[in-house]
Design a protein around this ligand. Structure first.
Ligand code: ADP
Ligand code: MG
Ligand code: MG
Length: 897
């Protein structure tokens, strides 16, 4: 079995297709090499070695020899020898999994520097400063990645070895009165290395190894071990990356961006990852080594003059500083984008005026950018419609629909500071200073903003729990920015004016000091930050042409309809603007909670006889008619599925003493009588009690009134030349007898209203399928019903026997112990609840092949569930108005994939 794959000198063992084996980084290094792009030579140890190492805890014995042989290949190309005192080769040890896990930082640079090789490299390079700069970086990375993290040591917040060593360096910088590490002299750096090594022994009780092979194998082992490190596991859990993939290790000859002023390093995107605009976008630092740009210790310069980069705009661009190299880089980025047919995220280093490419991968982008890139690439003709549709994750649309700060309110607020705009939209939240706090506060229902000097992969759980992220350091390609962009989270980075004290839990900026728990507002699109809360304003999708074009594309490809759940004309109108093609669920009970209506409702409920009940009910009629009129009109000519009264009656009754006596007075009965009636209505298990169609069966006058309101509104609209189309839905049916009972009342009322108004209209009568028994006898029900709508909330509730309102008590344990893969109320349980849905569909269609079938409930807006409903053959899904675009895209993806 081949374990080691070489790349260099224009030829590589692997290609971009070998991602599973070589990891994304290794596969693309091979691809670029084959492509004739300048890549420092190196080799990749495959992911199989990692998975094997995790199983057995050691390396296959031949690996050492294979690595040695590959190293000799590098030595030949570079004309240097690893560990040689006169002419030493240095290498980087880089991790790289199948899917990029940005900023995992398990990379060690400058491996091979020891007390023996240092003098040789100084001699060869003629630059002592450079060598000690490389050495202090090696010591820092090695101590952090190999000695500390891979040993499973978890230092307290702020006390990790990397922070300690950075602290020593910062102290030296302030003693010498310099701002940047690039201003430290060779002598100082040399001294720093001594201090660093002492601190490592002091903190970790271990010597930094002075032997090249120990460094190399320490690095390799650490990369493999890091796959099962806490932060990697947590990132994979959030991103749903399988734990069995393993990572590859890349060993690559070093090129140096820190050898002086004609050296540099940078990170770039072939298109702007925040806006999607088709302009080459990136950041660079002169005289620096790779991780400086990403780690955010220095705020980098913009690559070119095409982009607005906030404050960075005033700093010299690479385009101006090194025009020839910039032109070469620009040509390479164009080739890479064309070759991969997608936006690329690239890393490069310039050593003594020579450009080297160190990485390319498909770049992460926010929702805004994903939509624009997909649409523009389609228009450029580089991708087809199907690919364009698949380029946007349905959830990313959520971001475009994210609120922005209200401009007026923002103008009136006092600016606290300004950073770089790294994430979309606006957010307000309470300040927390550590990732753990963020998680705890979030669990307690608070909205928080995580404020850090810079973030690292250890912070991902806290970043996930936060509304927004603010960092004092770092650029648009820093870890915080990358992660936030991936999630579509509001984020501001490189906010140089703020001072953070994690110990005192304070944030100060321009004379103002804020404490933990204080409110802060970020504008992730401008980089502005403000004290306090600022109103957010709803999004304007009308003017987003890319979004509109993508939506048109989804409509061309999807077969499944998308409706909305709406109970008011305003919601209906909103949903129509988002593209809803009807209402899948209009819940009539929401209409009863209104102040003036609740009284009539209560009168009806406590009525002692049918006559009183009818009287009370007729008071509700005009209100209901008005509601239905508004909704049917807003949706005309699309259908509106109106569900008859569903919840248990006692939900409408007053609970408090004072309210009870007030109601008694108004009803002209004694408090005692009223209490007895309420007592009577009390149920031990109301969700399984007197509700749904059971109400309409006991009190047919309720169904009559509702049907009358629907049809009178329909007739009125018909007379106004509208095209209303009501679908009357009977809830919670378990037997065909229940359904026919209610259907007769509804049909009779339709006839009555037609006669009374002299108006003809069309309508359907159908049922909600939301109990397991209804699925089992769906063929009987389909003989009578004109449509089915699966109520997957109740169906999930009754299939599992889990109360949706009480699942919070045990769901966390179930998820932790992997008893459930996910919350079944969010994403449909395909094998259990899903098979009941399937059974319902098959039985229903066996009787009536044209039966219209939809689904309403939370699952109608969940992309995975939508895929499932598509497969099951449903005609439409229905979801809340703001999920409609997500459902349209999911339905189209289900069709083309
Ligand atoms: P990540 O996966 O976190 O991006 P990388 O393996 O890409 O980690 O490395 C971190 C940084 O070190 C990057 O900026 C990269 O360009 C730089 N780097 C890696 N290998 C080399 C090398 N051989 N020569 C110069 N810089 C390197
Ligand atoms: Mg990288
Ligand atoms: Mg229900």
């Amino acid at each position: 079995m081949k374990r080691v794959y070489f790349f260099g000198n224009g030829k590589a063992d692997g290609t971009a297709k070998d991602k599973n084996l070589l990891g994304g980084k290794g596969a693309n290094l091979a691809e670029m090499t084959n492509f004739g792009i300048p890549v420092p030579p190196g080799f990749t140890i495959s992911t199989k070695v990692c998975t094997n190492f995790m199983d057995v805890g050691e390396f296959p014995h031949n690996l050492k020899i294979e690595v040695q042989n590959a190293l000799e290949e590098i030595e030949k190309i570079m004309g240097q020898i690893f560990g040689d005192p006169e002419n030493p080769l240095l290498v980087s040890v880089r991790s790289g999994a199948r899917q990029s896990m940005p900023g995992m930082m398990e990379t060690v640079l400058n491996v091979g520097l020891t007390s023996e090789t240092i003098p040789g490299l100084i001699e060869k390079s003629g630059d002592e400063r450079f060598v000690y700069d490389a050495y202090r970086r090696l010591i820092t990375m090695y101590a952090d990645v190999v000695i500390e993290k891979s040993a499973g040591i978890e230092p307290k917040e702020g006390e990790g070895i990397r922070e300690k060593l950075n602290g020593i360096m910062n102290k030296m910088k302030s003693q010498q009165g310099v701002d940047n590490d690039s201003e430290l002299s060779g002598e100082s750096l040399k001294e720093l290395c001594v201090l660093f090594k002492a601190e490592i022994v002091n903190t970790l009780g271990e010597e930094f190894p002075d032997d090249p092979d120990t460094q190399l194998w320490g690095g390799i082992t650490a990369v493999f071990k890091s796959w099962n490190g806490k932060r990697a596991v947590s990132y994979r859990n959030i991103e749903n990356i399988p734990h069995h993939w393993g990572t590859a290790v890349n060993i690559q000859a070093m090129v140096f961006g820190n050898m002086g002023d004609n050296c540099a390093t940078g990170v770039a995107f072939t298109r702007n990852p925040a806006t999607g605009e088709n302009v080459f976008f990136g950041e660079w630092l002169p005289n620096a080594q790779g991780e400086d740009v990403v780690a955010g210790l220095r705020t980098p310069n913009p690559l070119n003059n095409l982009n607005e980069g906030g404050d960075a705009q005033n700093m010299p661009s690479l385009e101006d500083s090194m025009p020839t190299i910039y032109a070469e880089l620009d040509a390479i980025q164009k080739r890479l984008e064309t070759h991969y047919n997608d936006m690329q995220d690239i890393e490069f280093t310039i050593q003594n005026g020579r450009l080297w490419m160190l990485q390319t991968r498909t770049g992460k982008r926010n929702g805004q950018a994903a939509v624009r890139m997909a649409v523009e690439m389609l228009e450029e003709g580089t991708i087809d419609e199907k690919t364009a549709l698949m380029r946007v994750k349905p959830e990313q649309l959520d971001e475009i629909m994210h609120p922005m700060l209200d401009e007026q309110a923002e103008k009136k607020s006092e600016l606290l500071a300004k950073g770089l705009p790294a994430g979309p939209g606006g957010a307000s939240g309470q300040i927390v200073f550590t990732a753990d706090e963020a998680e705890v506060w979030h669990k307690n229902g608070k909205r928080v903003i995580l404020v850090r000097n810079e973030t690292s992969p250890e912070d991902v759980h806290g970043m996930f729990a936060s509304e927004a992220i603010l960092t004092a350091h770092g650029g648009m390609t820093s870890h915080a920015a990358l992660v936030a962009r991936g999630w579509g989270k509001c984020c501001v980075v490189g906010c140089a004016d703020i001072r953070i004290s994690v110990v005192d839990k304070t944030l100060s900026a321009n004379g103002t000091t804020l404490m933990e728990g204080d409110w802060l507002t970020l504008n992730g699109s401008s980089g502005n930050i403000y004290k306090g809360k600022i109103r957010l304003k709803p999004v304007d999708l009308e003017s987003n042409i890319y979004f509109q074009k993508l939506m048109q594309l989804t409509d061309r490809h999807r077969k499944m309809g998308v409706r909305t759940n709406a109970d008011s004309p305003a919601d209906a109108k909103q949903a129509r603007e988002f593209g809803a093609e009807g209402i899948g669920l209009c819940r009539t009970e929401h209409m009863f909670f209104d102040q003036e209506r609740i009284l009539a409702m209560r009168e009806m409920i406590v009525a002692g006889n049918e006559e009183d009940r009818r009287k009370a009910i007729m008071k509700l009629l005009p209100h209901q008619r008005e509601d239905f009129y508004g909704i049917l009109k807003a949706m005309s000519p699309h259908p509106v599925t109106i569900r008859l009264l569903d919840p248990p009656l006692h939900e409408f009754l007053p609970q408090e003493e004072e309210q009870i006596s007030k109601l008694a007075e108004e009803l002209n009965i004694t408090t005692k009588e009223l209490k007895a009636r309420i007592e009577n209505l009390h149920e031990l298990n109301p969700m399984l009690g007197h509700r749904g169609c059971r109400l309409g069966i006991s009190y047919p006058e309720i169904t009559e009134m509702q049907a009358r309101a629907i049809f009178e509104a329909t007739a009125q609209l018909k007379n106004e030349n509208q095209s209303p189309f009501p679908e009357v839905m009977v809830p919670l049916v378990v037997s065909v007898e229940e359904f026919t009972n209610q259907k007769k009342i509804i049909n009779d009322m339709a006839e009555t209203v037609k006669k009374e108004t002299g108006t003809q209209f069309e309508y359907l009568v159908g049922t909600m399928i939301e109990l397991p028994r209804a699925c089992a006898i769906a063929d009987q029900i389909a003989e009578e019903a004109q449509f089915f709508s699966f109520g997957t909330n109740d169906l999930t509730q009754t299939t599992y026997g889990f109360s949706r309102d009480d699942i919070g008590g045990f769901l966390p344990d179930y998820l932790d112990q992997k008893i459930l893969p996910a919350d079944p109320f969010q994403s449909i349980d395909q094998e259990g609840v899903g098979s009941l849905v399937k059974m319902g569909v098959e039985k229903g269609r066996s009787v009536n092949s044209k039966l219209k079938i939809g689904i309403c409930g939370e699952h109608g807006g969940d992309p995975d569930s939508i895929q499932f409903f598509h497969k099951t053959g449903l005609d439409y899904v229905s979801c809340s108005p703001f999920r409609v675009p997500i459902a349209r895209l999911s339905a189209a993806q289900a069709e083309v994939s």
